[in-house]
Design a binder for this molecule. Sequence first.
Ligand code: PLP
Length: 448
Amino acid sequence: MRKSFDEVLKYTDYALDIIKKQTMNDEESKAFTKEIVHNFDTHINPGFLEYRKAAGEDFTVMEWMANGDVFTDLHGNEYIDCLGGFGVFNCGHRHPKVVEAVKDQLAKQPLSSAELIDANRSLLARILADVTPGDLQFSFFTSSGTETVECALKMAALATGRHHFIAFEGDFHGKTAGSLSMTAKAHFRQPFLPLLQGTRHCKFGDLDMLRKMVEVMDYVGERPAAIIFEPIQGENGIQIPPDDFIPGIRKICDEYDIMMIADEVQAGMGRTGTLFAIDYYNVAPDILCLAKSLSGGVIPVSATVCTKRAFEGMFPDPLLHSTTTGGNPIATAAAIAAINVLLSEDLPGRAKRAGGMFMAGLEKIRAKYPKLMTDVRGRGLFIAMEFVDGDKGYEVVYEMFNRHVLVSGSLINAKTIRIEPPLMISDEHIEKALKVIDESCAVVYKSM
Ligand SMILES: Cc1ncc(COP(=O)(O)O)c(C=O)c1O
C-alpha cells in the first residue's frame, strides 16, 4: 500500500545505511534477517522461501560478502562456492582487476547517453572479434543471457528471411518469449504456449534425426533460419554430445545455408577448459551467445557475436534491434577486464587441470556409493553428479550446505547436481569440497 514520501524516504535512508555497513552484531543480524524474510514473503515471492530450503529451516543464511572462491554469510560463516552463480563467477568473486576497471569507469561515466559514440563498447567488440572463433566480427550488447538469444534469433531471421528454428531436447536458452520457445522443458513452456511459431525440437546428439528434420522442413517450405544449441547442455545436467555432433550441425548448416547459433551463455568463457566450449570441436558458429561470466562476476553484460553475413541486415537501420542500457560503459569495462583476467591467468587451463582433479575425486566417491551416485560427467569445471533420483540429490545438496559447500540442482534435470566453481578455485578448496561430498553421500547412503 502506498505510504507517505516521508516514510519512504526514511526507509531508503535506512537501506542506504545497510548498504554501507560491513558487519552487524548478532542482535542486529537476527532482526535484519527477520525483516528480509518478511520482505521476501511480502514483496518478492513467498515461494522462494520454500524453494530455498537448502538455506536451513529458518532461512537464516543470507549471503553478505564474497571473495575469490568463497562467500560469507551475514553471521560471518564462510562457504566454498562450488556453484559459481551458475556460471557467472568464472573469474571468482570481486576479482581486483575487474573491480578496478569498474571503479575507474565509475569515476568517469557509468552509463552513456545512448546517443553518441561511446568507447568501451567498441573496444570490447574488437576484443571479442579477436578472441572468438571463425569470422565472428560484430557484437550486439545486452545484459542477460536470454537477451542474447533473442538477438541471435532475430539476426538469423533477418539474415535468411526465414522464420523457423530448430533447438534440442533438454536445451535451456532462457525464459523470455523467444528464448523460451527454444528452451525444451514442458514445465517452463506449457503455461505460456503458443510461443514462437515454427520452432521444432530435435533429440540432442542425434545427427540423423537432425538431418531428416531439416530435409522435411526444407521440403515443405519451412527451411530453418537457424539451428541453436548448447555445445554442452548445462541446465540439463552437463550433457556432452558425441564428438561428431557439433561438426555435423556445421555441415548441415552449410549445406542448407542455415545460421548456426552456439549458446555459450553458461559453457563459455573458459569453463570447459578452452576459452569457448565449441573450440573443443574446432568449429565456428555464425552467431555466438555470451553472458554470465562475461561480466567478470561484477556487473551483468551479454553479447551476441555475429559474422558480417549474420549481422549486415542491421546496417541500414542500426536501431532495428536496440536496448537502452545494454553494453553500457561500466558493464563493458567489466567484460574487458574479465577477458584480460581469463587470458592473463590462463583460467581455461586452470579449469582443465582443476576439473581433472575434481572428476578423479568424484569417481572415487561414486565407486563408494554406487546406488546413490549413478554417474559423474563433465569437461573442465563444468561437472555433474547424477543421483538415483532428485530427492536423494537434494538431500546431498542439503548435507553439503550444512558443511558449508554450495552446489545446486539443474533446471531441466532434477537428478543432477552441478559443480561449477570459480575457475580459480584453490586445490585446497577442491580437496575440502570432495571431503564434504564424501561425508554428505555417506549420511544419505546410510538412510537408504
Ligand atoms: C545456455 C543458457 N542460455 C541462456 C540462459 C539464460 O540466461 P539468463 O538467465 O541470464 O537470462 C542460460 C541461463 O542459465 C543458459 O544456461
